[in-house]
Design a binder for this molecule. Structure first.
Ligand code: GAR
Length: 216
């Protein structure tokens, strides 16, 4: 059975969704850069090996990333899954896992890279927001897009309400993308695009606010 490694920094709700998804893969280890990451407890409760590599104990990004790679490689994973792993990674680390490391980001990339995506979406007044799964490259939040889920931004939404609506979709989208990868259907093509074989295309359109029924 193929194995995957999940890297986290915090809550671990995406990790939870991955664990619940019944994937045909073993989560060989969950690694956190923060000792207090709540997601570590989720992993332990599921009898999954955990490791903490506290980035504050390393002199440089290079040293941290080298230690992290060494830890990951002991498991020979098919895929490295960043699930709320809040670290900027060195080019060397990213290149090592090219085509076999993915991330989920809480916006419809390329909009709202970086932090505070939900607040920034509200400030910008967008009507549609969402999340993106992408291959990781050294272009921060800019790697080839695999899949996206969109949600409406509703009147009265605050950051928490919007984040919760997006998170629900993250929990659907991320396990699906991992499943595609494990099935060998998802690859990073030589042209730099994510390539997905045999997926049903043509999701329903999302128009928000809804058009008047008689108006179109
Ligand atoms: C998720 O919303 C994920 O999209 C985001 O962190 C959260 C982690 O939640 N990731 C990023 O912002 C990466 N740039 P979780 O720990 O409950 O899965």
């Amino acid at each position: 059975m193929k194995s995957i490694i999940v890297l986290i920094s915090g809550r671990g709700s995406n990790l939870g969704a991955i664990l619940r998804a019944g994937l045909q893969a073993q989560v060989a280890a969950v690694i956190s850069n923060r000792p207090d990451a709540a997601g570590l407890a989720l992993a332990r409760a599921a009898d999954i090996a955990t490791a903490v590599l506290d980035h504050r104990e390393f002199d440089s990004r290079e040293a941290f990333d080298a230690a992290l790679a060494e830890r990951i490689d002991t498991h020979v994973p098919a895929l490295v899954v960043l699930a709320g792993f809040m670290r900027v990674l060195t080019a060397g680390f990213v290149d090592r896992y090219r085509g076999r490391m993915i991330n989920i980001h809480p916006s419809l990339l390329p909009a709202f890279t970086g932090l505070d995506t939900h607040r920034r979406a509200l400030d910008a007044g967008v009507r549609i927001h969402g999340c993106t799964v992408h291959f990781v490259t050294s272009d921060l939040d800019g790697g080839p897009i695999i899949a996206q889920a969109a949600v409406p931004v509703l009147p009265g939404d605050d950051e928490a309400a919007l984040a919760a609506r997006v998170l629900e979709q993250e929990h659907r989208l991320y396990p699906q993308a991992i499943r595609w990868f494990l099935e060998g259907r998802l690859t990073l093509a030589p042209n730099g695009r994510a390539q997905l074989a045999g997926a049903a295309e043509g999701a329903q359109s999302l128009i928000n606010p809804l058009p008047d029924p008689a108006g179109v």
